[in-house]
Design a protein around this ligand. Structure first.
Ligand code: RIB
Ligand code: CA
Length: 312
């Protein structure tokens, strides 16, 4: 069954690989549009990077929109120290020639959810949740129309990557995350607990390079660049390929396992700002609002990813 999706993203090398995986999988996902948000790098760059990736995939007809350039109520925090100045450091790729769609990403999200049949559109946020939350605030009527929100963000047993308590996407805009997690829409979360098990080992990166295509080479060079920071930080055998977990879940959900729990977002404390407080052991009577993933078949994930990238 093909799902209609909107990818909301802040490329970012891992976002780029997620977008390529989606564009290579038309049997499972119909990408209605891609909305850029400020996150890893400022909006002007994320909106440019989405188009670079679409052109690399040979998919110039994808509708790309620019969205919010800062969080709902906080200064923007970016991550050039991980993704480089461009947000897509690694390979040298040509500037895009495809243009942005007119109109704001938030209005595209609202319009699409209002015109597509109720329960037929899945939202796939891969960055801070500012665009999604803004759409929900501006048009609350769309919240019950969302089929599912499958997002990369948060952490529980794996703790934070930008502070001791918080994962980057949630940390950047905790107020937006609170709106999304309280929206009542079905939510599936790919937290660091699972993405830190999807590591780009040397063999896996060479498998990308061995595709011997522009896409394979770009993905190998992105993951080479992206992984160095995490390997130093975690002493791991590779870097976590966070965002493609969202798209892989749409294609092959059995790769993942987790638990349906209550998740609430810390917005008051500076110490734990952006923490995803998951009631993993059911010690409260708070409503279970999220499927919080904790495990992935990493070999199966990379086999799927590499096989699909070979199609582009
Ligand atoms: O914490 C990892 C997340 O933050 C990923 O989505 C990465 O692209 C950055 O946005
Ligand atoms: Ca991202």
């Amino acid at each position: 069954m093909t799902r209609k999706i909107i990818i909301d993203t802040d490329p970012g090398q891992d976002d780029a690989v997620a977008i390529l995986l989606a564009l290579a999988s038309p049997e499972e996902v119909d990408v209605l549009g891609i909305t850029a948000v400020a996150g890893n790098v400022p909006l002007e760059l994320t909106a440019k990077n989405v188009r670079i990736v679409c052109e690399l995939a040979g998919k110039r007809d994808v509708k790309v929109f620019a969205g919010c350039d800062r969080p709902l109520g906080r200064d923007l925090v970016t991550a050039e120290y991980i993704h480089g100045k461009t947000g897509l450091d690694g390979p040298v790729l040509p500037d895009p020639t495809m243009t942005l769609q007119d109109g704001h990403a938030v209005d595209f999200i609202i319009e699409t959810l209002r015109t597509e049949p109720e329960g037929s559109v899945t939202l796939c946020p891969l960055g801070p949740l500012t665009n999604i939350a803004t759409a929900f605030q501006k048009a609350p009527d769309i919240m019950p129309r969302v089929a599912e929100i499958v997002l990369m963000g948060g952490a529980y047993f794996e703790v934070g990557n930008v502070t001791p308590a918080a994962e980057f996407n949630i940390y950047v805009d905790p107020e937006a995350a609170e709106i999304v997690f309280k929206s009542g829409a079905p939510i599936t979360v790919m937290p660091l607990d699972v993405t830190h098990k999807a590591l780009t080992t040397r063999a896996r990166i060479e498998a990308f390079r061995d595709l011997d295509t522009d896409v394979g080479r770009a993905v190998a060079e992105w993951t080479d660049f992206f992984e160095r920071f995490d390997m130093e930080k975690y002493g791991s055998e590779g870097g976590p390929l966070h965002d493609p977990c969202v798209i892989a879940y749409l294609i092959k959900p059995t790769l993942f396992s987790g638990r349906h729990v209550n998740v609430e977002i810390e917005t008051a404390s500076e110490l734990t700002r952006g923490m995803t407080v998951a009631d993993w052991w059911g010690v409260t009577d708070r409503p279970k609002n999220a499927m919080f993933m904790g495990d992935v078949d990493a070999d199966g994930f990379f086999d799927l990813l590499t096989g699909r990238l070979a199609r582009l």
